[in-house]
Design a protein around this ligand. Structure first.
Ligand code: NDP
Ligand code: HSE
Length: 443
């Protein structure tokens, strides 16, 4: 491949991101050639349905029914995988491209969270790049920032809003009072959600991204399976209302930090103070905060999903390859990544919001507070929000209705909170499963 020859790209997956990529390369082609030092041209494409109108002109490109054949085809120098999925065609085609000596660019966090270590080793052995800027936080250049710009730092914590679909749903539910299902349908229509949206709302997509960021930030092997993951489907209007009154917003957060017992990685709905910068991050916008010794704290915000924003990150990876800029997949040689040592979630320490449906009878509150005290859990507040109606016909017994009670704890251990809630439930004072949302202290 001559230095001045056009860089020839094969793109597998011409959906939301792939079609935006074709469009952006067409729109910015001249400027991109100047910035990269060579023309960038898409020579081959692959998707499932050749007859589908994708809103972009593919007529000058060779069509491949099989992505693996495009990956191995000598007519391209770089293989861009925009199919999705941890295994199947996505994995087979990326491996085929590496085996054929091609550089690879992918937006596929599910693939890298599951097989990133192995693929990084394969790319290294073949002497090719495996770039994935688009795989975490869409249009935000967080991979480049962690991998290159923060090379002179030791990271102590990173946290962020890593899933655009969840942030879109949570903020519309909060601000417009719209139901979960309607918000999710809109996120799908706008091209934000994964092909299987349960990966978004269940927290797994954010977990995949967090695993990639953790590997780069802490120099460990990628481990997408060893973290605590909780999605957003249990969040109700009652939680938004209580959060608002207490001075919080609810966001799905991914957090990774060093602890004495290992690296804590967790994804869950979180109460964050309204005064924090990321509390104001709404809709599909993502935000990633990095706390590091030299630089202090950085916060990067931007669109976390959507075709053009994501394709923008794909193009930045392609431009690096065009210029000949090569960095180890996770910022260092794969053999230098340390094994990931997981800190147990039960050892997590923080504040907790708890919402209980308490049977409104004498002594119930005291018994609940007593169970907390037995485990050394200090309560910052305990509030009965709306007393249950006590309508009863004359001569009949007053019905015992559950009343919503909100508890806020001071910092305590996850293990103790779980034990306390199990005991309170077993005592028979509450009608439904308790709602528990962690509170995060932010800088
Ligand atoms: P889409 O579902 O919109 O597109 C997927 C594309 O892959 C389609 O063109 C589909 O073909 C093609 N495809 C599916 N199976 C095969 C196969 N076996 N062989 C060849 N092509 C195949 O997905 P997105 O564009 O939204 O996402 C692509 C990747 O980017 C995923 O890894 C996703 O996680 C990631 N990503 C997406 C973001 C977003 O905002 N959408 C943001 C960041 C990352 P056909 O069209 O014919 O059905
Ligand atoms: N489904 C993902 C999201 C796409 O909503 O964040 C971007 O990775």
């Amino acid at each position: 491949m001559e230095a001045t020859a056009p860089l020839r790209i094969g793109v597998a997956g011409i959906g939301t991101v792939g079609s935006a990529l074709v469009h952006l390369i067409e729109r910015h082609g001249n400027d991109l050639a100047v910035r990269s030092g060579r023309a960038i041209t898409i020579t081959g494409v692959s998707a499932r349905d050749r007859s589908k109108d994708r809103g972009v002109d593919l007529s000058a490109m060779t069509w491949f029914d099989q992505a693996t054949e495009l990956a191995a085809d000598p007519g391209n120098d770089v293989f861009v995988e925009l199919i999705g999925g941890a295994d199947g065609t996505a994995k087979a085609s990326v491996e085929a491209a590496i085996a054929a000596g091609k550089h690879v660019v992918t937006a596929n966090k599910a693939l890298l969270a599951a097989h990133g270590n192995e693929l990084a080793r394969q790319a290294e052995a073949a002497g090719v790049s495996l770039n994935f800027e688009a795989a975490a936080a869409g249009g935000i250049p967080i991979i480049k920032t962690l991998r290159e710009a923060l090379a002179g730092n030791t990271v102590s914590r990173l946290y962020g809003i890593l899933n655009g679909t969840c942030n879109y749903i949570l903020t519309r539910m909060e601000q417009e009072g719209i139901g979960f299902e309607e918000c999710l349908a809109d996120a799908q229509r706008l091209g934000y959600a994964e092909a299987d949206p349960s990966f978004d709302v269940g927290g797994q997509d954010a977990a995949h991204k967090l695993a990639l960021l953790t590997a780069i930030a802490f120099g460990t092997e990628v481990d997408g399976d060893s973290m605590y993951v909780e999605g957003i489907s249990s969040i109700s209007p009652a939680d938004f209302e209580a959060a608002d009154e207490l001075g919080y917003r609810i966001r799905l957060l991914g957090v990774a930090c060093r602890t004495d017992s290992g690296i804590e990685q967790r994804v869950h709905p979180t109460m964050i103070p309204k005064s924090s910068a990321i509390a104001n991050v709404t809709s599909v916008t993502n935000a990633v905060a990095v706390e590091a010794d030299s630089v202090g704290e950085l916060l990067l915000c931007g669109p976390g999903a959507g075709g053009e924003a994501t394709a923008s990150s794909v193009i930045s990876d392609i431009a690096d390859i065009a210029r000949g800029d090569r960095v180890g997949t996770f910022g260092r040689p794969a053999s230098d990544l340390e094994p990931y040592r997981r800190a147990a979630m039960r050892a997590h320490e923080g504040g907790y919001y708890i919402r209980l449906a308490v049977y409104d009878r004498p002594g119930a509150f005291a018994a609940i507070a007593g169970r907390m005290a037995e485990l050394g859990i200090s309560l910052e507040s305990i509030v009965q929000r709306h007393r249950a109606p006590r309508a009863a016909a004359p001569g009949q017994l007053v019905p015992v209705e559950p009343a919503p009670v909100i508890l806020i704890t001071y910092d305590t251990h996850e293990a103790d909170i779980r034990t306390a809630l199990d005991t309170i439930k077993a005592d028979g004072h509450i009608a439904d499963a308790p709602q528990m949302i962690r509170i995060e202290q932010l800088g």
